[in-house]
Design a binder for this molecule. Structure first.
Ligand code: PEP
Ligand code: MG
Length: 611
């Protein structure tokens, strides 16, 4: 029973048994809702291995396919070797070529294909998994290191078997996408696939993939440790984006329970959505403008359908992603014109490109930075890459003749930076005037307040602009010194931290005394737990991902400005974020239990996902 050949089949048996084991994993709720479907695993750590049963007559061709893949890998290694000078690397490659001829590896894989009617990919992985396990348990370091050589070779052969792009994102409708990480560009690509859930191993509530998932209304849970071990494409997964956990291979009663919850959730969503067109006027007459955050024009229809009174944040940096060349003035113009026309008479706030840090573009040569969040990004980058900045500004200004245009500068840190941004806008205007091109003269110009510095000089900045928008995603990151992409510190994300509440109040007061409207467009705006506090602090406009609009409007319509103000004042008195959370969440949960499931994440007292 213990010889090599039978051991391989045992490892296959245990592997498939383990794959069916029920597992419940905790993460961070990134987008509410419940999704149930088969997993679509995007494993970029290693090539994904599908497991299929082949027909008996397909055995010999399958073995042939396996040999061809081995041959192609040996040739690849030969080509690499030919380009290298003599020395150690050549020796390593030579050794790897020999491993690809290893009779034991070949024989065991062939046996699995024959005896288990397995496809070559799975047979090879089962064989090498076992060899690697043996090598890794060796005392000798040399043998342990050979384990990683085999793993590397296995990947190469699998690539050859599966084709060049085995993990390109193309999930079938109804699937749950499971990945260690998804770039914003990946998530944007999911827009057209009708997936029912997103699950990632890293990321926090304000990571851009999370924001994108919310905007696409796909239930999502992020920041799940050890996610990719023991999950395979096709495994049934429940994604509970309301409570922030997933279940792999759920029991039948759990599937039924979550399906019922999903249906109830969707029914409430439908009910609230029906009233989307009513304005958000409180019972005592306070009108709060509710606008949409957009990243791509495809989201526009959804925003209008959900009752957005314009666009409060258009993340124009997405124009620089997933494309072969930098966008031209003409392209900026066409995109902005389309959005302005569709939204008129409501205004559209185009944020100038907020690239750098977590939002990179393959089209720009970003320098390696030790601390990119504090590096060359946003307005700083725009001022450095002036021609690219002017190109965008000219496009926006030209589009401004088609609807009420507002231009917003991100990450303004000082009055000098603001003046430099305004000067660039003026230069773009002059360029258009001297070229005799039609453009808007009367536009609204605003800034984002995203750093404690900007919040503290909001009164100085307010005198030079038409509006201010608080970006709490970054404001919280910079004030509390927590990287918004780092799940290890996600538990410190406390929007109701006294420092944050005081800064928001400072900006709202500065706006009020300078007659400049203050909006808030960070993720806080979309979370019903914070609606009363924000309005109570003096925020008069909220901008959020479209799907959150109906619920937030509904809450405002059911509330009085007095009670919102009273809660904000009590929150301001709290000594800690936790204390403020307790009292605010308790008050909101008592009044809006159902609403809180729709965007509130962890529910009452659940601000700390590590608790
Ligand atoms: C913010 O920082 O709150 C914001 C809205 O901008 P982004 O999330 O795009 O950085
Ligand atoms: Mg920001």
């Amino acid at each position: 029973m213990s010889d090599g050949g039978e051991g391989a089949s045992f490892s296959g048996f245990f592997k498939s048994a383990a794959l069916r084991l029920r597992r419940e994993l905790e993460g961070v709720s990134a987008s509410p809702g419940i999704g149930i479907g088969p997993a679509y695993v995007v494993d970029r750590r290693r090539v994904h291995v599908p497991r299929t049963k082949i027909e008996r007559e397909a055995v010999e061709p399958e073995i042939q396919r396996f040999h061809e893949a081995l041959r192609s890998c040996r040739q690849q290694l030969e080509q690499i070797k030919a380009r290298l000078p003599h020395g150690e690397h050549r020796q390593i490659l030579k050794a790897q070529q020999m491993m690809l001829r290893d009779p034991d590896l070949i024989l065991r894989t062939e046996n699995l294909i024959r005896e288990e009617l397995a496809n070559a990919e799975w047979a090879l992985t089962a064989t090498t998994d076992q060899i690697i396990a043996t090598l890794e348990s060796a005392d000798d370091k040399y043998f342990r290191e050979r384990g990683s050589d085999i793993a590397f070779l296995t990947e190469n052969v699998l690539q050859a078997l599966l084709g060049d792009h085995p993990d390109e994102l193309d999930p079938p409708a109804g699937a749950v996408v499971v990945a260690h990480d998804l770039s914003p560009a990946d998530t944007a690509r999911l827009h057209r696939c009708h997936v029912v859930g997103i699950v990632t191993g890293v990321g926090g509530r304000t990571s851009h993939s999370a924001i994108m998932a919310r905007s696409l209304q796909i239930p999502a849970v992020v920041g799940i440790e050890d996610l990719l071990n023991g999950i395979d494409s096709g495994d049934l997964v429940v994604v509970d984006g309301v409570h922030g956990h997933i279940i792999i291979h759920p029991e039948p009663d759990e599937v039924a329970h979550h399906a019922a919850q999903r249906d109830r959730y969707n029914a409430f969503e439908q009910k609230v959505r029906k009233e989307h067109a009513f304005p958000a006027i409180s019972i005592d007459g306070l009108h709060v403008t509710v606008r949409a955050n957009l990243a791509i024009t495809e989201e526009l229809d959804l925003a209008l359908r959900y009752g957005a009174e314009g666009v409060g944040l258009y993340r124009s940096e997405y124009m620089f992603m997933n494309r072969p060349a930098l966008p031209t003035e003409e392209e900026h113009y066409r995109m902005a014109k389309l959005v302005l026309r569709r939204c008129a008479p409501y205004p559209v706030v185009f944020r100038t490109f907020d690239l750098g840090s977590d939002k990179s573009s393959e089209l720009l040569d970003f320098e390696e930075e030790t601390n990119p969040a504090m590096g060359m990004r946003s307005l700083r980058l725009a001022l450095k890459e002036r021609p690219m900045f002017l190109e965008q500004l000219r496009g926006f200004l030209r589009a401004g003749v088609h609807g009420p245009l507002a231009v917003m500068l991100p990450l303004v840190g000082s009055i000098d930076e603001l003046e430099a941004g305004l000067a660039a806008l003026e230069e773009a205007r002059e360029q258009l005037a001297s070229a005799g091109m039609a453009h808007a003269e009367d536009i609204a110009i605003g800034i984002m307040v995203e750093t404690p510095a900007a919040a503290m000089i909001a009164d100085i900045l307010a005198r030079r602009v038409d509006f201010i928008s608080i970006g709490t995603n970054d404001l919280i990151q910079y004030t509390l010194a927590i990287d918004r992409e780092n799940e290890a510190v996600a538990y410190l994300y406390q929007p109701l931290h006294p420092a944050i509440l005081r800064l928001i109040k400072l900006v709202a007061d500065a706006g009020l005394s300078n007659k400049v409207p203050v909006s808030l467009c960070g993720e806080m705006a979309a979370d019903p737990r914070y609606t009363w506090v924000l309005i109570g602090l003096g925020i008069t406009e909220l901008s959020m991902h479209p799907s959150a609009i109906p619920v937030i409007k509904n809450i405002i319509r059911a509330s009085s400005s007095e009670e919102m103000k009273a809660l904000a004042e009590r929150a301001l008195q709290a000594q800690s974020g936790k204390q403020a959370e307790e009292l605010v969440f308790a008050a909101m949960h008592a009044r809006f239990p159902e609403h809180l499931l729709h965007g509130g994440g962890q529910g009452v007292g659940g601000g700390d996902p590590s608790a």
